[in-house]
Ligand binder design. Structure first.
Ligand SMILES: NC(=O)C1=CN([C@@H]2O[C@H](COP(=O)(O)OP(=O)(O)OC[C@H]3O[C@@H](n4cnc5c(N)ncnc54)[C@H](O)[C@@H]3O)[C@@H](O)[C@H]2O)[C@@H](O)CC1
Ligand SMILES: [K+]
Length: 487
């Protein structure tokens, strides 16, 4: 259930399922029942208003209203437009509804304990305006609980963008698989709790549609983890070079700590000679080397992965160093200053990428590197990944990771605590550490984001960046035990 379907893919899954013998009205009934079950699981009987739009999202509303009324709940139903204008499955379910059909209005919200939002779903095509916008505002300012069906009305299921206004729900029940808009901001903030419910569309049907986007779940990358074998030694686990700045040493110290906790065999911090004592004294397991030894270091192929950028400094020297590293075609993570150094000339960076490379920009860095790439985060990450032939990870509460071939994952762990200084340096270190151990760049970026988020969620309020590496063993242990159980 961790695939994410676009709304078109969802329509296609519906179509194939109907073609396979399950009529559309049965799918709608199943959808209605799924929402009904979630409602009675979450709330005791209370006065409900079901707000129906002109399409099949409204059709779901009729099915939900009937099930709730049959269960003995007090239900009012409002419809946008005329019941005679409803078509297909929605018309069929409207005909089965025996209660009154009122005109959609704020009066239905005032006095209701629970509102079921079936105004617009996948078919939202433009901004919500006028009376319906006012209705949405009334819902959002009312003390009632709100269940959104499929998506909160006003949220674009593909992008998470709010078209005009959007309902703010306590619970969103969607069908078959989640859509990007459930996880991307700001849509994610409008959904409340998300329930993904089966309505009779088979897993095979979903697979046949070949989704290319997933919720970032271990299922996606756990087969690509290189757990050490008993017979292995440290040289089997990679040797990461972390390039450290001369003054902002904290950033690369965090990179180093995180990389080592992620399991890398050896780690060397490469920096100007005057900064080396700081790096060396930070942790006895850190090795250090002066930047003057750069050629000798990179001529040694055992140094199989690089992280550069955190605290390194922006400028032509950084740009030149990054180009040298990319030329070596080894696993490389570019973060922070290594990205910003290309702000004037981003195409040079894109042309230079040859080996397994991960770019980890936050939104500001992304905008500097790809000023012409617009749209939602998912489509921007994909476009940048394709342009640079690199894995691109755009950071944020809804981190998106995209591979050049179009695969993408969205982080779905809610963890506000990670928005703190040094947190990104830790992420770069984890990803570099995983790549040094031989993990594929897309998998390493996804796993890094997951480890980072899970650690953040476990640590919770009060988190500082230094805590995250220290928590990695607990989260890694969980993954390791799960992998052994599977074996
Ligand atoms: N067989 C199926 O396809 C199934 C569909 N289901 C439901 O069907 C929904 C999709 O149904 P539809 O494709 O009919 O789409 P919607 O019900 O989301 O809305 C389509 C209607 O809204 C109008 N509209 C769009 N944006 C508007 C705006 N801003 N202001 C005013 N009017 C606007 C359109 O002109 C159209 O009449 C899903 O979200 C889901 O809830 C479920 O019943 C499961 C089965
Ligand atoms: K809705």
């Amino acid at each position: 259930m961790f695939e994410i379907l676009t709304t078109d893919q969802m329509y296609e899954a519906d179509r194939r399922t109907i073609e396979g013998g399950i009529p559309g009205d049965v799918l709608m009934q199943n959808a209605g029942r799924a929402v009904f079950e979630e409602i009675i699981r979450h709330w005791s009987p209370r006065s409900v208003s079901v707000l129906c739009g002109p399409g099949n999202n409204g059709g779901d509303g009729f099915a939900i209203a009937k099930l709730l009324r049959d269960e003995g709940w007090s239900v009012r139903l409002g419809l946008m437009g005329d019941v005679a204008d409803l078509k297909g499955d929605a018309a069929l379910h409207a005909a089965r509804w025996e209660g009154a059909t009122e005109l959609l209005s704020p009066a239905l919200v005032v006095g209701a304990d629970l509102v079921v939002d079936c105004i617009f779903g996948a078919g939202l095509a433009r901004d919500i305006t006028g009376d319906i916008a006012e209705l949405v505002t009334t819902i959002n300012s009312s003390p009632c609980s709100v269940v959104a069906v499929d998506v909160p009305s006003g949220v674009d299921g593909n992008t998470g963008m709010v078209l005009g206004v959007a309902v703010k729900a306590d619970l969103t029940v969607t069908f078959c698989r989640a859509k990007p808009g459930h996880y991307l901001l700001p849509g994610r903030l409008m959904c409340g709790e998300l329930a993904v419910r089966d309505i009779g569309i088979t897993d095979q049907t979903v697979l046949d549609i070949a989704p290319a986007c997933w919720r970032n779940d271990p299922v996606l990358w756990r087969a690509g983890i290189h757990w050490p074998g008993l017979e292995g030694h440290k040289y089997h686990r990679g040797h990461l070079l972390a390039f450290g700045g001369a003054t902002m040493t904290g950033a690369t110290r965090l990179v180093a700590r995180a990389a080592r906790r992620s399991g890398v065999g050896l780690l060397t911090i490469v920096a100007d000679a005057q900064a080396l004592p700081i790096y060396a004294s930070d942790a006895p397991g850190n090795m250090t080397a002066p930047m003057s030894a750069f050629d000798a270091l990179v001529n040694d192929c055992r140094h199989n992965a690089f992280v550069i950028g955190p605290g390194f400094g922006v400028g032509d020297d950084t740009l030149a160093l990054v180009l040298k590293l990319l030329h070596l075609c080894r696993a490389t993570v570019l973060d922070a200053d290594a990205l910003t150094s290309f702000a004037e000339d981003p195409s040079t960076l894109c042309f230079a990428v040859q080996g397994p490379t991960v770019l980890t920009p936050h939104e500001g860095e992304f905008a500097r590197l790809f000023p012409d790439i617009n749209g939602d985060k998912l489509c921007r990450a994909r476009a940048a990944a394709k342009r640079c032939s690199a894995t691109v990870l755009i950071k944020g509460a809804d981190t998106v990771i995209a591979a050049p071939d179009g695969r993408a994952a969205i982080s779905a762990v809610d963890v506000p605590w990670l928005a703190t200084a040094g947190s990104g340096d830790v992420l770069a270190g984890i990803i570099g550490g995983l790549m040094a151990q031989g993990m594929d760049s897309f998998d390493a970026a996804c796993m890094g984001v997951w480890l980072h988020a899970r650690s953040g969620a476990d640590i919770g309020p009060g988190l500082i960046a230094e805590d995250i590496p220290e928590h990695l063993p607990a989260v890694l242990r969980e993954l390791w035990l799960a992998s052994r159980k599977k074996a």
